[in-house]
Design a protein around this ligand. Structure first.
Ligand code: THU
Length: 135
C-alpha cells in the first residue's frame, strides 16, 4: 500500500473522529478499517452516562464491517486518529476484538502532531489463543 493511500485513510480517521460522542471524557477517537476486500469502514467512540456501556471507535467500526461483509470480513489495516499530542494504540478489549478478524495486520496510530506509531496486532496482543472452530 502506498503512502498516499495511508494518507487518505488518516484523513478519513480524522473526519470520523469529529463524530465521536464523548461528552464525558472529551476524548475523541476515530478508527478506519481497511478490509481484505478493499472496503473502508469507519467508527468513532460512543459514550454513555452509564460509563461501562461506552463503545470504543475500533469496536464501532468492527460492528459496521461485520454488518456489511458478514463472515468474510478480514482486516487488512487499521488506522486510528486522536486529536492528541501523542498517538494512542487500541485498548486491550479492542485488541482482542480486532484480532478475531485478521492475521498479523498493521495498526497505524496518529494524532494532532502527526506523530505516527505503527505496530502489528501480534506485537500489541502477543500469544493470543488460536482456536479453530468448525464453520
Ligand atoms: N477509546 C476508544 O475509542 N478507543 C481506544 O482504543 C481507547 C479508548 C475511547 C473510549 C472512551 O470514550 C474514551 O476513549 C476515553 O477512554
Amino acid at each position: 500500500m502506498e503512502d498516499k493511500d495511508i494518507g487518505d485513510l488518516i484523513i478519513k480517521a480524522k473526519e470520523v473522529c469529529q463524530n465521536a460522542y464523548a461528552p464525558y471524557s472529551k476524548f475523541r477517537v476515530g478508527c478506519i478499517l481497511l478490509s481484505e476486500s478493499e472496503k473502508i469502514y469507519s467508527g468513532c467512540n460512543i459514550e454513555n452516562i452509564s460509563f461501562g456501556l461506552t463503545i470504543c471507535a475500533e469496536r464501532a467500526a468492527v460492528s459496521k464491517a461485520i454488518s456489511i461483509e458478514g463472515q468474510k470480513f478480514r482486516i487488512k489495516k487499521v488506522v486510528i486518529y486522536t486529536p492528541t499530542e501523542a498517538p494512542i494504540t487500541p485498548c486491550g478489549a479492542c485488541r482482542q476484538v480486532l484480532n478475531e478478524f485478521g492475521d498479523d495486520f498493521e495498526i497505524i496510530s496518529t494524532c494532532n502532531s502527526n506523530l505516527v506509531v505503527q505496530k502489528s496486532i501480534d506485537e500489541l496482543l502477543p500469544d493470543s489463543p488460536n482456536i479453530k472452530f468448525k464453520k
